[in-house]
Design a binder for this molecule. Structure first.
Ligand code: HEM
Length: 420
Protein backbone atom coordinates (compact mmCIF):
# COMPACT_ATOMS: atom_id res chain seq x y z
CA UNK A 1 0.00 0.00 0.00
CA UNK A 2 1.37 3.49 -0.83
CA UNK A 3 2.60 5.55 2.10
CA UNK A 4 -0.05 8.32 1.69
CA UNK A 5 -2.89 5.80 1.82
CA UNK A 6 -1.36 4.09 4.86
CA UNK A 7 -0.99 7.48 6.62
CA UNK A 8 -4.63 8.31 5.82
CA UNK A 9 -5.72 4.99 7.28
CA UNK A 10 -3.64 5.53 10.40
CA UNK A 11 -5.00 9.07 10.88
CA UNK A 12 -8.51 7.69 10.43
CA UNK A 13 -7.96 5.09 13.11
CA UNK A 14 -6.60 7.77 15.47
CA UNK A 15 -9.68 9.91 14.72
CA UNK A 16 -11.99 6.96 15.32
CA UNK A 17 -10.36 6.27 18.70
CA UNK A 18 -11.69 9.69 19.81
CA UNK A 19 -14.83 10.15 17.68
CA UNK A 20 -16.27 6.65 17.48
CA UNK A 21 -18.96 7.39 14.89
CA UNK A 22 -17.29 9.88 12.54
CA UNK A 23 -19.37 12.55 10.79
CA UNK A 24 -22.86 11.03 10.83
CA UNK A 25 -24.80 10.91 7.57
CA UNK A 26 -27.86 8.87 8.55
CA UNK A 27 -30.33 9.20 11.43
CA UNK A 28 -28.94 5.98 12.89
CA UNK A 29 -25.41 7.45 12.87
CA UNK A 30 -26.68 10.70 14.39
CA UNK A 31 -28.36 8.81 17.20
CA UNK A 32 -25.16 6.80 17.75
CA UNK A 33 -23.08 10.01 17.76
CA UNK A 34 -25.32 11.57 20.40
CA UNK A 35 -25.14 8.52 22.62
CA UNK A 36 -21.40 7.87 22.32
CA UNK A 37 -20.17 11.46 22.79
CA UNK A 38 -19.42 12.67 26.32
CA UNK A 39 -20.56 16.21 25.54
CA UNK A 40 -23.60 15.30 23.43
CA UNK A 41 -25.04 12.47 25.47
CA UNK A 42 -26.71 15.00 27.75
CA UNK A 43 -29.30 15.10 24.94
CA UNK A 44 -31.61 12.25 24.11
CA UNK A 45 -31.37 11.03 20.52
CA UNK A 46 -34.88 12.26 19.75
CA UNK A 47 -36.83 15.24 21.09
CA UNK A 48 -40.40 16.47 21.01
CA UNK A 49 -40.99 19.29 18.52
CA UNK A 50 -42.74 21.16 21.35
CA UNK A 51 -39.46 21.52 23.26
CA UNK A 52 -37.82 23.05 20.18
CA UNK A 53 -40.25 25.95 19.98
CA UNK A 54 -38.39 29.15 20.83
CA UNK A 55 -41.67 30.58 22.13
CA UNK A 56 -41.83 27.87 24.81
CA UNK A 57 -38.43 27.99 26.56
CA UNK A 58 -37.32 31.33 25.07
CA UNK A 59 -33.89 29.69 25.16
CA UNK A 60 -33.36 31.16 28.62
CA UNK A 61 -31.97 28.07 30.35
CA UNK A 62 -29.54 27.58 27.50
CA UNK A 63 -28.59 31.24 27.58
CA UNK A 64 -27.94 31.05 31.33
CA UNK A 65 -25.69 28.05 30.72
CA UNK A 66 -23.73 29.73 27.92
CA UNK A 67 -23.28 32.86 30.02
CA UNK A 68 -21.95 30.72 32.85
CA UNK A 69 -19.49 29.18 30.36
CA UNK A 70 -18.40 32.61 29.12
CA UNK A 71 -17.89 33.72 32.72
CA UNK A 72 -15.72 30.72 33.52
CA UNK A 73 -13.53 31.19 30.44
CA UNK A 74 -13.14 34.98 30.75
CA UNK A 75 -12.77 34.60 34.53
CA UNK A 76 -9.84 32.21 34.15
CA UNK A 77 -8.19 34.64 31.71
CA UNK A 78 -8.72 37.52 34.16
CA UNK A 79 -7.16 35.50 36.98
CA UNK A 80 -3.88 35.52 35.04
CA UNK A 81 -3.66 39.28 35.58
CA UNK A 82 -5.43 39.77 38.87
CA UNK A 83 -3.69 39.99 42.26
CA UNK A 84 -6.05 39.85 45.26
CA UNK A 85 -4.53 42.51 47.50
CA UNK A 86 -6.10 46.00 47.71
CA UNK A 87 -3.57 48.14 45.83
CA UNK A 88 -2.50 45.45 43.38
CA UNK A 89 -6.15 44.58 42.64
CA UNK A 90 -6.91 48.14 41.55
CA UNK A 91 -3.65 48.26 39.58
CA UNK A 92 -4.67 45.04 37.80
CA UNK A 93 -7.84 46.82 36.61
CA UNK A 94 -5.76 49.69 35.25
CA UNK A 95 -3.35 47.25 33.59
CA UNK A 96 -6.27 45.49 31.91
CA UNK A 97 -7.47 48.86 30.68
CA UNK A 98 -4.19 50.33 29.46
CA UNK A 99 -1.52 47.63 29.21
CA UNK A 100 -2.96 44.20 28.39
CA UNK A 101 -3.95 43.68 24.75
CA UNK A 102 -7.75 43.42 24.62
CA UNK A 103 -7.68 43.45 28.44
CA UNK A 104 -10.55 45.90 28.64
CA UNK A 105 -12.69 43.85 26.24
CA UNK A 106 -11.99 40.80 28.38
CA UNK A 107 -13.06 42.63 31.53
CA UNK A 108 -16.13 44.06 29.81
CA UNK A 109 -17.20 40.62 28.60
CA UNK A 110 -16.92 39.21 32.11
CA UNK A 111 -18.81 42.12 33.63
CA UNK A 112 -21.67 42.31 31.12
CA UNK A 113 -22.07 38.52 30.99
CA UNK A 114 -22.40 38.51 34.80
CA UNK A 115 -25.15 41.16 34.75
CA UNK A 116 -27.01 39.46 31.90
CA UNK A 117 -26.76 36.09 33.64
CA UNK A 118 -28.59 37.43 36.71
CA UNK A 119 -31.38 38.64 34.40
CA UNK A 120 -31.41 35.46 32.28
CA UNK A 121 -31.62 33.14 35.31
CA UNK A 122 -34.41 35.25 36.82
CA UNK A 123 -36.37 35.20 33.54
CA UNK A 124 -35.75 31.44 33.15
CA UNK A 125 -37.23 30.94 36.62
CA UNK A 126 -40.26 33.03 35.60
CA UNK A 127 -40.64 30.97 32.39
CA UNK A 128 -40.54 27.72 34.37
CA UNK A 129 -43.13 29.08 36.78
CA UNK A 130 -45.56 30.45 34.20
CA UNK A 131 -45.49 27.17 32.25
CA UNK A 132 -46.04 25.11 35.44
CA UNK A 133 -42.85 23.18 34.67
CA UNK A 134 -41.95 22.82 38.38
CA UNK A 135 -44.66 20.24 38.98
CA UNK A 136 -44.26 16.47 39.28
CA UNK A 137 -41.75 15.03 38.39
CA UNK A 138 -39.63 18.23 38.26
CA UNK A 139 -40.15 19.49 41.83
CA UNK A 140 -36.60 18.72 42.94
CA UNK A 141 -35.13 20.31 39.83
CA UNK A 142 -36.97 23.50 40.70
CA UNK A 143 -35.37 23.38 44.17
CA UNK A 144 -31.94 22.86 42.54
CA UNK A 145 -32.81 25.84 40.32
CA UNK A 146 -33.56 28.02 43.34
CA UNK A 147 -30.09 27.07 44.65
CA UNK A 148 -28.62 28.10 41.28
CA UNK A 149 -30.47 31.41 41.38
CA UNK A 150 -29.09 32.24 44.84
CA UNK A 151 -25.63 31.08 43.78
CA UNK A 152 -25.77 33.33 40.70
CA UNK A 153 -26.56 36.32 42.92
CA UNK A 154 -23.81 35.44 45.39
CA UNK A 155 -21.27 34.82 42.62
CA UNK A 156 -22.01 38.23 41.17
CA UNK A 157 -21.92 39.85 44.61
CA UNK A 158 -18.51 38.41 45.53
CA UNK A 159 -17.10 39.50 42.15
CA UNK A 160 -18.31 43.04 42.72
CA UNK A 161 -15.62 43.77 45.32
CA UNK A 162 -12.67 42.57 43.27
CA UNK A 163 -11.89 45.78 41.28
CA UNK A 164 -11.37 47.50 44.67
CA UNK A 165 -12.66 50.90 43.57
CA UNK A 166 -15.06 53.23 45.39
CA UNK A 167 -18.09 51.69 43.69
CA UNK A 168 -17.21 48.14 44.71
CA UNK A 169 -16.12 48.97 48.25
CA UNK A 170 -19.32 50.80 49.13
CA UNK A 171 -21.68 48.44 47.32
CA UNK A 172 -20.23 45.57 49.31
CA UNK A 173 -20.31 47.61 52.52
CA UNK A 174 -24.07 48.15 52.04
CA UNK A 175 -24.60 44.51 50.99
CA UNK A 176 -22.75 43.01 53.95
CA UNK A 177 -24.50 45.40 56.35
CA UNK A 178 -27.77 43.81 55.25
CA UNK A 179 -26.42 40.42 56.36
CA UNK A 180 -25.87 41.84 59.86
CA UNK A 181 -29.63 42.50 60.30
CA UNK A 182 -30.28 38.78 60.73
CA UNK A 183 -31.29 38.13 64.36
CA UNK A 184 -28.65 36.50 66.63
CA UNK A 185 -26.42 35.34 63.79
CA UNK A 186 -26.21 38.65 61.88
CA UNK A 187 -23.01 40.01 63.38
CA UNK A 188 -21.25 36.63 63.16
CA UNK A 189 -22.33 36.28 59.55
CA UNK A 190 -20.96 39.70 58.70
CA UNK A 191 -17.70 38.97 60.54
CA UNK A 192 -17.39 35.67 58.69
CA UNK A 193 -17.90 37.35 55.32
CA UNK A 194 -15.56 40.28 56.00
CA UNK A 195 -12.86 38.39 57.90
CA UNK A 196 -12.98 41.30 60.40
CA UNK A 197 -15.19 44.17 61.46
CA UNK A 198 -14.64 46.29 58.36
CA UNK A 199 -13.86 45.60 54.73
CA UNK A 200 -10.11 45.20 54.26
CA UNK A 201 -7.46 42.92 52.70
CA UNK A 202 -8.91 39.86 54.48
CA UNK A 203 -12.32 40.57 52.93
CA UNK A 204 -10.82 40.88 49.47
CA UNK A 205 -9.05 37.54 49.85
CA UNK A 206 -12.23 35.85 51.13
CA UNK A 207 -14.33 37.23 48.29
CA UNK A 208 -11.64 36.23 45.78
CA UNK A 209 -11.55 32.62 46.98
CA UNK A 210 -15.35 32.45 47.15
CA UNK A 211 -15.72 34.02 43.71
CA UNK A 212 -13.02 32.07 41.89
CA UNK A 213 -13.07 28.66 43.59
CA UNK A 214 -15.77 27.79 46.10
CA UNK A 215 -18.93 29.19 44.49
CA UNK A 216 -18.08 28.21 40.88
CA UNK A 217 -17.30 24.66 42.06
CA UNK A 218 -20.68 24.41 43.80
CA UNK A 219 -22.39 25.95 40.75
CA UNK A 220 -20.76 23.46 38.36
CA UNK A 221 -21.99 20.59 40.57
CA UNK A 222 -25.52 21.99 40.76
CA UNK A 223 -25.69 22.67 37.00
CA UNK A 224 -24.65 19.02 36.51
CA UNK A 225 -27.51 17.80 38.73
CA UNK A 226 -29.89 20.26 37.02
CA UNK A 227 -29.04 18.98 33.53
CA UNK A 228 -29.14 15.36 34.63
CA UNK A 229 -32.69 15.90 35.87
CA UNK A 230 -33.75 17.77 32.72
CA UNK A 231 -32.42 14.83 30.70
CA UNK A 232 -34.15 12.20 32.85
CA UNK A 233 -37.49 14.00 33.22
CA UNK A 234 -37.60 15.38 29.68
CA UNK A 235 -38.76 18.90 28.99
CA UNK A 236 -42.27 19.69 30.16
CA UNK A 237 -44.97 19.47 27.51
CA UNK A 238 -48.73 19.86 27.39
CA UNK A 239 -50.84 16.86 28.28
CA UNK A 240 -51.53 14.42 25.48
CA UNK A 241 -54.53 12.13 25.32
CA UNK A 242 -53.97 8.73 26.90
CA UNK A 243 -53.58 6.05 24.17
CA UNK A 244 -56.43 3.58 23.83
CA UNK A 245 -56.07 0.78 26.46
CA UNK A 246 -56.37 -1.92 23.85
CA UNK A 247 -53.17 -0.78 22.13
CA UNK A 248 -51.25 -0.77 25.40
CA UNK A 249 -52.29 -4.31 26.16
CA UNK A 250 -51.09 -5.38 22.75
CA UNK A 251 -47.74 -3.62 23.07
CA UNK A 252 -47.33 -4.76 26.70
CA UNK A 253 -45.95 -1.36 27.68
CA UNK A 254 -46.69 1.05 30.50
CA UNK A 255 -49.01 3.88 29.50
CA UNK A 256 -47.10 6.89 28.16
CA UNK A 257 -47.87 8.85 31.31
CA UNK A 258 -45.96 6.45 33.54
CA UNK A 259 -43.33 4.89 31.30
CA UNK A 260 -40.94 7.80 31.30
CA UNK A 261 -40.80 7.84 35.10
CA UNK A 262 -38.69 4.69 35.01
CA UNK A 263 -38.61 2.99 38.39
CA UNK A 264 -41.06 5.51 39.79
CA UNK A 265 -43.69 3.93 37.59
CA UNK A 266 -43.45 0.77 39.68
CA UNK A 267 -44.06 2.51 42.99
CA UNK A 268 -47.39 3.38 44.54
CA UNK A 269 -47.25 6.88 43.07
CA UNK A 270 -50.75 8.34 42.44
CA UNK A 271 -52.04 8.26 38.87
CA UNK A 272 -50.72 11.13 36.76
CA UNK A 273 -52.05 12.92 33.73
CA UNK A 274 -50.13 12.42 30.51
CA UNK A 275 -47.53 15.15 30.24
CA UNK A 276 -44.30 13.34 29.70
CA UNK A 277 -42.16 12.54 26.74
CA UNK A 278 -43.01 9.27 25.12
CA UNK A 279 -39.64 8.05 23.80
CA UNK A 280 -41.30 6.10 21.07
CA UNK A 281 -43.75 8.74 19.96
CA UNK A 282 -43.84 9.04 16.22
CA UNK A 283 -43.87 12.82 16.15
CA UNK A 284 -40.43 13.10 17.78
CA UNK A 285 -37.57 14.45 15.69
CA UNK A 286 -33.82 13.78 15.76
CA UNK A 287 -31.94 15.93 18.28
CA UNK A 288 -29.16 16.15 15.70
CA UNK A 289 -29.68 18.36 13.69
CA UNK A 290 -32.94 19.93 15.00
CA UNK A 291 -31.92 20.67 18.59
CA UNK A 292 -28.16 20.82 18.14
CA UNK A 293 -28.23 23.42 15.38
CA UNK A 294 -30.65 25.60 17.33
CA UNK A 295 -28.30 25.43 20.32
CA UNK A 296 -25.42 26.44 18.10
CA UNK A 297 -27.33 29.41 16.68
CA UNK A 298 -28.17 30.68 20.20
CA UNK A 299 -24.50 30.35 21.17
CA UNK A 300 -23.26 32.22 18.10
CA UNK A 301 -25.87 34.97 18.52
CA UNK A 302 -24.90 35.41 22.18
CA UNK A 303 -21.20 35.59 21.35
CA UNK A 304 -21.75 38.17 18.61
CA UNK A 305 -23.92 40.40 20.83
CA UNK A 306 -21.55 40.06 23.81
CA UNK A 307 -18.51 40.98 21.69
CA UNK A 308 -20.24 44.01 20.19
CA UNK A 309 -21.48 45.25 23.58
CA UNK A 310 -18.04 44.68 25.15
CA UNK A 311 -16.34 46.61 22.36
CA UNK A 312 -18.76 49.53 22.69
CA UNK A 313 -19.33 49.84 26.43
CA UNK A 314 -16.70 49.82 29.16
CA UNK A 315 -17.29 48.35 32.61
CA UNK A 316 -17.23 51.09 35.25
CA UNK A 317 -14.10 51.76 37.30
CA UNK A 318 -14.11 54.62 39.79
CA UNK A 319 -11.16 55.90 41.83
CA UNK A 320 -9.27 53.66 44.26
CA UNK A 321 -11.41 52.47 47.21
CA UNK A 322 -11.25 54.87 50.13
CA UNK A 323 -12.91 53.66 53.36
CA UNK A 324 -12.84 57.21 54.79
CA UNK A 325 -14.88 58.79 51.99
CA UNK A 326 -18.48 57.55 51.96
CA UNK A 327 -20.46 58.28 48.80
CA UNK A 328 -24.01 59.55 49.28
CA UNK A 329 -26.06 57.58 48.50
CA UNK A 330 -24.06 54.35 48.93
CA UNK A 331 -25.88 51.73 46.89
CA UNK A 332 -25.72 47.91 46.95
CA UNK A 333 -25.23 46.05 43.63
CA UNK A 334 -28.32 46.66 41.46
CA UNK A 335 -29.95 43.25 42.06
CA UNK A 336 -30.05 43.97 45.83
CA UNK A 337 -31.43 47.49 45.44
CA UNK A 338 -35.02 46.25 45.89
CA UNK A 339 -33.96 44.90 49.28
CA UNK A 340 -32.09 48.10 50.08
CA UNK A 341 -35.27 50.03 49.29
CA UNK A 342 -37.12 47.87 51.85
CA UNK A 343 -34.27 48.21 54.38
CA UNK A 344 -34.80 51.96 54.08
CA UNK A 345 -38.25 51.45 55.66
CA UNK A 346 -37.26 48.72 58.11
CA UNK A 347 -33.91 46.98 58.48
CA UNK A 348 -35.50 43.83 59.86
CA UNK A 349 -38.26 43.61 57.24
CA UNK A 350 -36.01 44.38 54.28
CA UNK A 351 -32.84 42.70 55.45
CA UNK A 352 -34.26 39.56 57.06
CA UNK A 353 -37.99 38.93 56.94
CA UNK A 354 -38.69 39.49 53.24
CA UNK A 355 -35.60 37.63 51.90
CA UNK A 356 -36.26 34.67 54.24
CA UNK A 357 -39.95 34.43 53.27
CA UNK A 358 -39.16 34.78 49.55
CA UNK A 359 -36.51 32.04 49.61
CA UNK A 360 -38.75 29.70 51.65
CA UNK A 361 -41.72 30.31 49.35
CA UNK A 362 -39.58 29.66 46.28
CA UNK A 363 -38.22 26.42 47.74
CA UNK A 364 -41.68 25.21 48.74
CA UNK A 365 -43.46 26.29 45.54
CA UNK A 366 -43.68 22.83 43.90
CA UNK A 367 -44.86 21.23 47.13
CA UNK A 368 -47.46 23.90 47.92
CA UNK A 369 -48.84 23.93 44.36
CA UNK A 370 -48.64 20.26 43.50
CA UNK A 371 -51.80 19.61 41.45
CA UNK A 372 -50.50 18.28 38.13
CA UNK A 373 -52.57 20.51 35.85
CA UNK A 374 -51.76 23.23 33.37
CA UNK A 375 -48.22 21.98 32.72
CA UNK A 376 -46.41 22.77 29.49
CA UNK A 377 -48.39 25.82 28.39
CA UNK A 378 -47.89 29.48 29.17
CA UNK A 379 -50.40 30.99 31.61
CA UNK A 380 -52.69 27.94 31.71
CA UNK A 381 -56.18 29.02 32.89
CA UNK A 382 -56.16 26.15 35.44
CA UNK A 383 -53.23 27.86 37.14
CA UNK A 384 -54.63 31.38 37.05
CA UNK A 385 -54.17 32.08 40.78
CA UNK A 386 -50.64 30.73 41.03
CA UNK A 387 -49.62 32.78 37.99
CA UNK A 388 -51.24 35.91 39.37
CA UNK A 389 -49.51 35.59 42.76
CA UNK A 390 -46.09 34.91 41.22
CA UNK A 391 -46.59 37.63 38.60
CA UNK A 392 -47.48 40.26 41.21
CA UNK A 393 -44.55 39.30 43.48
CA UNK A 394 -42.07 39.31 40.58
CA UNK A 395 -43.40 42.70 39.41
CA UNK A 396 -43.04 44.17 42.91
CA UNK A 397 -39.44 42.90 43.06
CA UNK A 398 -38.69 44.49 39.68
CA UNK A 399 -40.43 47.75 40.67
CA UNK A 400 -38.50 48.05 43.95
CA UNK A 401 -35.24 47.36 42.10
CA UNK A 402 -36.03 50.10 39.56
CA UNK A 403 -36.92 52.55 42.36
CA UNK A 404 -33.66 51.80 44.20
CA UNK A 405 -31.65 52.13 40.99
CA UNK A 406 -33.12 55.23 39.35
CA UNK A 407 -35.30 57.05 41.85
CA UNK A 408 -33.09 57.33 44.94
CA UNK A 409 -30.53 60.09 45.45
CA UNK A 410 -28.66 61.76 48.31
CA UNK A 411 -29.78 60.45 51.74
CA UNK A 412 -31.98 57.97 49.85
CA UNK A 413 -34.40 60.80 49.06
CA UNK A 414 -36.74 60.42 46.07
CA UNK A 415 -35.35 61.89 42.84
CA UNK A 416 -36.62 61.86 39.27
CA UNK A 417 -33.96 60.32 37.05
CA UNK A 418 -34.39 62.96 34.33
CA UNK A 419 -33.71 65.85 36.77
CA UNK A 420 -30.15 64.55 37.15
C1 HEM B 1 -27.33 28.73 36.41
C2 HEM B 1 -28.64 28.72 36.29
C3 HEM B 1 -29.46 27.80 35.41
C4 HEM B 1 -29.11 27.13 34.26
C5 HEM B 1 -27.77 27.14 33.54
C6 HEM B 1 -30.27 26.39 33.83
C7 HEM B 1 -30.35 25.63 32.68
C8 HEM B 1 -31.50 25.00 32.23
C9 HEM B 1 -31.68 24.43 30.92
C10 HEM B 1 -30.67 24.46 29.78
C11 HEM B 1 -32.91 23.86 30.88
C12 HEM B 1 -33.56 23.17 29.66
C13 HEM B 1 -34.72 23.97 29.11
C14 HEM B 1 -34.62 25.45 28.97
O1 HEM B 1 -33.69 25.93 28.30
O2 HEM B 1 -35.49 26.14 29.54
C15 HEM B 1 -33.52 24.06 32.19
C16 HEM B 1 -34.74 23.59 32.57
C17 HEM B 1 -35.29 23.75 33.84
N1 HEM B 1 -34.85 24.61 34.82
FE1 HEM B 1 -33.10 25.61 34.75
N2 HEM B 1 -31.29 26.59 34.75
C18 HEM B 1 -30.84 27.46 35.71
C19 HEM B 1 -31.57 27.96 36.76
C20 HEM B 1 -32.86 27.57 37.10
C21 HEM B 1 -33.69 28.18 38.09
C22 HEM B 1 -33.32 29.43 38.87
C23 HEM B 1 -34.84 27.43 38.16
C24 HEM B 1 -36.03 27.62 39.07
C25 HEM B 1 -35.99 28.11 40.28
C26 HEM B 1 -34.73 26.36 37.20
C27 HEM B 1 -35.64 25.34 37.01
C28 HEM B 1 -35.70 24.54 35.88
C29 HEM B 1 -36.72 23.54 35.63
C30 HEM B 1 -37.85 23.10 36.58
C31 HEM B 1 -36.46 23.05 34.34
C32 HEM B 1 -37.30 22.02 33.56
C33 HEM B 1 -38.21 22.88 32.70
C34 HEM B 1 -39.11 22.13 31.78
O3 HEM B 1 -39.11 20.89 31.80
O4 HEM B 1 -39.86 22.81 31.04
N3 HEM B 1 -33.53 26.49 36.54
N4 HEM B 1 -32.64 24.76 32.98
Amino acid sequence: MPDAARLRLWLRSVGRSVFRVGWPRTDKDRAAAMISSFFLHIHSAKVQPHSLRPSYTLGLGLLSFYLFGVLIITGIALMLYYIPTPLAAYRSMKDLQFVVTFGMVLRNMHRWAAHVMVIAVFLHMCRVFFTGAYKIPRQFNWVVGVGLFLLTLFLSFTGYLLPWDQLSLWAITVGTNMASYAPWLGDYLKYLLLGGNVIGPATLLRFYVLHCVILPAIAVGLVGVHFFRVRKDGLSAPARPEPAPVEEERSGRFPASTRSYGLMALTDRPALPVEETDPEAEDEVMAWPHLLYRELIVLLALLVVLHVVSLLFDAPLEELADPTRTPNPAKAPWYFLGLQELVHYSAFIGGVLVPTIVVLLLLLTPYLDSAPRGVGVWFAPERRWANWIFGVLASVAILLTLIGTYFRGTNWAWVWPWTG
